[in-house]
Design a protein around this ligand. Structure first.
Ligand code: HEM
Length: 395
């Protein structure tokens, strides 16, 4: 009897460390077979160079509707049903046209102009925590609201509706129930369709939605879907990185002290946190549109590929002692934001938010520490952006 290839992605045991079984996968061949959530057999890429080569290969498609696309979760299964795809699920030429439309809001220059606004948001959330005193839940009271408020402002999504967004997004991205996810996705999309209609009646509407609604450059339906997916992509990931980043720093007190003593050290430290955490096992999914031969392996047209940063970013040929967190190393070549055409649109924003948030935390609360050992935090199940939904802290 032949045994099925191992499941991928797998669950973390300690939320800020990769699943133990990934170590064995990394020691195996650069491409190996794994079993997805939907029971398909797909290719898993375990090495950095193969990952980068494939992520640049035009014979790989990101279109979730194509047969063979690796369905690694309920959420990906829901995307395979969609008539329209958001940017991350588009191929050229549509992909490049839409990406160019959104890019002006995400350039380094534009993002830097947001610094004071992000600092204000960070400090307001910390004020609230300091006002009520210890203990606090650093995830729900800080890591989540900061990027949520930032992305709402960037998009022009009304903050007064944030409780609705938060609840619907939680039901969409956390569920294991297809119908619950489908329903939450419908509610969010209907909300954004209405918002785009309303924005068309108000010239000079706020943010990216205001800039593009009624511009004639994008259909209302595509803009509504884009706004919904940017809202989700723009905070889920960053919230996970702020909380797991804080955990990793608290687990490495000497490095945290060195970063606090030298404010510029936060820049390389954030790159290393991105590499070390590589939270997006659910990203970098592809399906081959043609046969591809690489590293002596034949990937056949129609076969799915998983190219996670959690393995490539721990390739010992590229990153020395990859399992060691070293805030001084040059981790800049990591692929935690992906690589190639779909490389993260929001990476400049995410970096700045992380730098500001992880600096302000200990400036404002110098004795901040975890209220429970890291091993007792509850990691999210596989298939989601890896992270935690609660981080008890005290000071
Ligand atoms: C630490 C935080 C973040 C991480 C780790 C992250 C990770 C990623 C990864 C790995 C991809 C590549 C997906 C692929 O190739 O299939 C991606 C794409 C994307 N990300 Fe992020 N992301 C983060 C923050 C953000 C933020 C703040 C936004 C803001 C809206 C954002 C929006 C997007 C979009 C729109 C794409 C698709 C780009 C395209 O297909 O051209 N992300 N992200």
């Amino acid at each position: 009897m032949t045994t099925a290839p191992p499941a991928f992605p797998q669950a973390r045991v300690c939320p800020h460390l990769p699943p133990p079984a990934y170590e064995e996968l990394r020691q195996g061949p650069p491409l190996s077979r794994v079993t997805t959530h939907a029971g398909q057999t797909a290719w898993l890429v375990t090495r950095y160079h193969v990952a980068r080569t494939l992520l640049k290969d035009p014979r790989l498609s990101s279109d979730r509707r194509r047969p063979g696309f690796p369905v690694i979760s309920v959420q990906v299964a829901l995307l395979t049903e969609r008539k329209r795809q958001a940017l991350i699920g588009m191929d050229p030429p549509e992909h490049d046209i839409q990406r160019r439309m959104f890019l002006p809001d995400f350039t380094l220059k534009k993002v830097r102009e947001r610094r004071a606004d992000i600092e204000r948001i960070v400090n307001e959330e910390l004020d609230k925590i300091l006002d009520h005193g210890p203990p606090a839940d650093l995830f729900t009271e800080f890591a989540l609201p900061v990027p949520f408020r930032v992305i709402c402002r960037l998009l022009g999504a009304p903050w007064e509706d944030h409780e609705f967004f938060q609840d619907a997004i939680r039901r969409l991205v956390r569920t294991f129930d297809t119908e619950e996810g489908r329903q939450a996705g419908r509610e969010l999309l209907t909300y954004f369709e209405q918002l785009v209609t309303d924005f068309k009646k108000t010239p000079d509407g706020a943010g990216l939605i205001g800039r593009l609604s009624g511009s004639g450059r994008i259909s209302d339906d595509d803009l509504a879907l884009a706004a919904m997916s940017l809202l989700i992509a723009g905070h889920e990931t960053t919230a996970a990185m702020i909380s797991l980043g804080a955990v990793t720093l608290m687990e490495n007190p000497a490095q945290l002290a060195a970063i606090r003593a030298n404010p510029e050290a936060i820049v390389p430290a954030v790159e290393e946190l991105l590499r070390f955490q590589s939270i997006a096992d659910s990203a970098n999914l592809r399906v081959a549109t043609d046969d591809i031969e690489i590293d002596g392996v034949l990937i056949k047209a129609g076969e799915g590929l998983l190219i996670p940063g959690s393995l490539a970013n721990r390739d010992a040929e590229i990153f020395e002692s990859p399992d060691t967190f070293d805030a001084n190393r040059d981790a800049g070549g990591h692929i935690a934001f992906g690589y190639g055409r779909h490389q993260c649109l929001g990476q400049n924003l995410a970096r700045l938010e992380l730098q500001i948030a992880l600096t302000a935390l200990w400036q404002r609360i110098p004795n901040l520490r975890m209220a429970v050992p890291a091993g007792e935090l509850n990691p999210r199940p596989p298939g989601a952006i890896q992270g935690i939904d609660a981080l008890p802290v005290t000071w």
